[in-house]
Write a protein that binds this ligand. Sequence first.
Ligand code: SAH
Length: 507
Amino acid sequence: MAAGKVYLIGAGPGDPGLLTRKAERILGRADVVLYDALMDRSILSLVRTGAELIPVGKRGGKPSPKQKEINELLIRKARAGRIVARLKGGDPFVLGRGAEEALALVRKGVRIELVPGVTSAIAAPTYAGIPLTHRDFASSFSVITGQEDPAKTESGINWKALASGKGTLVFLMGMANLDKITGSLARAGLSPRTPVGIVENGTYPFQRTVTGDLRDISRRVRKAGIKPPAVIIVGEVVRLREEMNWFEKKPLFGKKIVITRAREQASALAETLQASGAWTLEFPTIEILGPRRNTGLDRAIGKISDFDWLVLTSPNGVRGLIGRMLDLDRDLRDLKGVKIAVIGPATREELGWWGIKAEVMPGKYYSSELPRAMGGKNIRGKRILLARSEQADPDLPRVLRAAGGLVTDVICYRTARAKRVDPEVKKAVTRGDFDGITFTSSSTVINFLGIMGKAKARLLLKGKLVAAIGEVTARALKENKIRAGIVARKPTIPDLAEAIIGYYKRK
Ligand code: SAH
């Protein structure tokens, strides 16, 4: 059997973007992944399907009774020939007991590799706009445990040395002992006016920061209700936050926005909103499935070169049609002589992925605009293939037929109400614990109402920002007595994101 190995990996402080590329690569290959409590779930989504995921969480840095069990588990898995990824918050060797685990492994002859991570001791201050060094204020920094081993009879921390140095002090695991820490520093001679910053849940979209000085920080922290995990920063550099604060100033910072699209499609919108500081909750209301029966679609594909036009109204339609062509072992060059019309840029882009260019896209992204874009009268007598969803709008074939087109309307995918919604997300939405919600099609509206119940959903959306991607979606909301607070200028994801960002900027 191949010898196993344990990778001890720093997972970073929270923001999944701070994970290293090396960590990402190992997570994609590991057979077993052990992870701590302080871990963003999107990091776990990098683990390959089929790998074993084992939570070994402990919170608040309490002495863990399970450390021995964790070590034994790591050794057992490695001896069984597994590639084991042991994920630890921040950097494994910054007050995280990583060294104990590494030593336990090497002493039993288990091969290890160590992958550093971005420590919260640096990242949380940075995300609060507090640099740990600056030529005029501090030329060094110390990272100190705020929770000494209770078994120690004498303090291992030289408070006098810390207080007399000019360096920045960063305490981890210190919230329960905040009074003791500030007291010890003051007694050791540090000026009571020394600035102190506390960053709770640093780098997360729900990060909070409180600043004060050695005397009043405890009171301010109590007032704000700050809880672990938090880092404590002591030193003049804290003052720089006033100018350098950036993360908490993003337009959507702290805003929880629900995304109701299908899981496969949520990421573009989620990423844009996150980049503006939003906290996105993915609540997929739809699933994308193949058609119930392929007969109509297969017949159309069988004579696809005979059509003058192919009209595609969504990226799903592109994937549905092309996916089926490939399933049927057709060659995409069969589309060579067929002109292609799309409704919007996302569909055009999806086609582009397949190396296919669309001839026509209307200036306004609505299906009613299509006949004109396709050349008005020139579609008289033309054979037009529409490949769309089962639930597609009946208007489009109607307008094309009215313009004289010979329309074949086939179903190449359908959407269904999603079955799996993350229970945590559903709970948050049911509690009304969100600021805004996005609807990107009529079916997201209908399915959201179906999942939550109409009356309950209406109540939940009162006072929230309801954002619709376009007029059609806004109409579906209106038919259900829900007013869209904003409608994107054009029905595209970037325009929807821009409308949401603009809304909060104006506020
Ligand atoms: N090895 C970790 C630290 C483990 S000790 C690292 O390098 O970050 C756990 C302590 O880290 C917590 O009590 C808290 O003080 C700090 N911490 C971890 N994640 C944090 C975060 N996102 N924001 C603020 N503090 C954090």
